[in-house]
Design a protein around this ligand. Sequence first.
Ligand code: HEM
Length: 486
Amino acid sequence: MLITFVIFAAVFILGLVCFTIYLVPPAGKKQCSVPGLEPSDDKLGNIPDITQAGSFHEFLVDLHEKFGSIASFWYGAQFCVSLGEWKLFKDVVQLTDRPRSIFTALEPLIGTRSVRSLNGPTGISRHRLLSEAFSAKNCTRFLPEFNKISMELVENWQNIPKDDHIPLHDYMMALAIRLLTSTQLGAYFKVDANTMEFQQLYESVMADLEAVMNGDLTVDEKGNTRGKMFQKNLTAFKTKVADIISAQRNPRNRTDSQAVPSAPLLDTLLTNSADDEEIMCDIMAFVVEGFHSTGNLLTWTLYYLAIHPEIQDKVAKEVEKVFSKLDKNNPKVHDKDIKELKYLGQVVDEAIRSSAMVPMAARIDETKDLKIGGFRIPPNTAIVQALGVTLQEPKTFKEPNKFDPDRFSPEATKKRNPLAFSPFGIGTRKCPGHKFAFSETFVVVSHLIRKFTLTPAFETDYFVEPKYGLVTKPETEIWLKVNPRE
Ligand code: HEM
């Protein structure tokens, strides 16, 4: 009797193991016929190759060069298919869910409950709700603040002695955090020292998170000095975010207070969530997405103008034409002026393209097969949209390394499918902050170019390498001379 039971149990367990192996294929078992890489490590898949390539983006560039426009790889145990040509985006435009496995590195900072991590109908409705804070109507309301902050910077640069040079990236990151926090995050940021402290903490935490994503820092390092420092910074940063929430919430709840500034993002969060943890996750998500991207967009735009004096002059002429209609002593750029800055718009688009500003997005369908570029892709495959690869793909953008704003002339744009230029992603979940990013860039750049001629300070500043991460930044600081425009 006992023997029969033991044999039955052994057969049952063996059957269960075989069934599990069948259901969950080990890393390395090819999931479909898309050409691509075998994992180079049992556990890590191709993460060591990502590290060796220098970044996720550079890995994707190599991958598509080797295997063509659709190619597969492993991010740890996650099977991924990357799309390196915009035509393939047509097959995934309807997808709205994100694969968590690729973005787990961000979880210590943004948690698992922010708009960035939510999937299904909840993700879409949260995206719609929070996008409202960055709508065209709200961006118009922010223009006075964008103008004020830009004019303060003009005043600051006017005091710089002739031919002295300034660190462009440092300036633009500090400016971007002010523009975002003072319009969206309310009372806490009315004090400049709070803004500076917030930026320092954020940058130290973010540098480590990008290192985890690119495989440069592993979770095992948590016990060592660098890991301990990361945890300390993270805790300090989260404490700051808790202060931001209470600075806006407490006066709001007092009926006698008129002092609390409007902050569409934080006010929407406070009105729609009772839970501080959830609010914190969303604030983090918006800071991560909105601050780095816009600081670097400003940096790259001004950098490209500095190394292309003829393009800078053309922008300056357009800006002067618009400003000649504004109040001379207190010029404020409005919506109608932004619409007239057409050539500047082409320059900003080309800066986003040339720098591959946000190199990738990703989607997943957990329930059914997909058909992409004629290939059958099984459920649970992470679909990487290699945005950076498509932005520099020579069939669509001839001589991709040349900075040429004429690619975005109305005639050239008309000839291109809109999907070919998708720096903000595609479909329902595309970036909610794109109008905000453009509005602030137009206002800041027009004020600066109107008053100053920008030139690289040193020979090396003509050739600044990009450092790719979640957002692309310059590898080294860019030093510029900012002399008054004659
Ligand atoms: C140059 C500027 C920017 C670029 C190139 C950019 C690009 C992107 C991309 C590619 C995505 C992924 C979209 C997808 O999965 O389909 C994204 C998502 C997102 N972006 Fe931006 N972004 C920029 C500025 C901003 C700004 C200013 C904000 C807000 C302050 C912002 C907030 C977000 C958020 C919250 C998400 C996640 C949306 C969701 O999960 O539903 N971004 N962005």
